[in-house]
Design a protein around this ligand. Structure first.
Ligand SMILES: [Zn+2]
Length: 73
């Protein structure tokens, strides 16, 4: 049984701003990470399919460049 949450206007962060996730804007990507540095789920981020996918890719890239942490302990 699914618990229905009140419908909120679903606007993707990146669509709204007409920009794309970019590893260079890692400060911006940070808000899509949990406090444990995990990528938030689609439900939590409210991003569209396309941007959630791209976001994950850019976060991974940022991690490789050590701009974002893999895990916070
Ligand atoms: Zn989007």
């Amino acid at each position: 049984m699914a618990i229905k949450r009140p419908a909120r206007r679903k606007v993707c962060y990146f669509c709204e701003r007409k920009k794309e996730p970019d590893y260079k804007n890692y400060e911006e990507l940070r808000q899509f990470l949990t406090e444990r540095a995990r990528i938030k789920s689609r439900r939590q981020t409210n991003l569209c399919n396309r941007h959630q996918k791209r976001l994950a890719l850019q976060i991974k890239r940022a991690r490789q460049l050590a701009l974002l942490p893999y895990v916070v302990v």
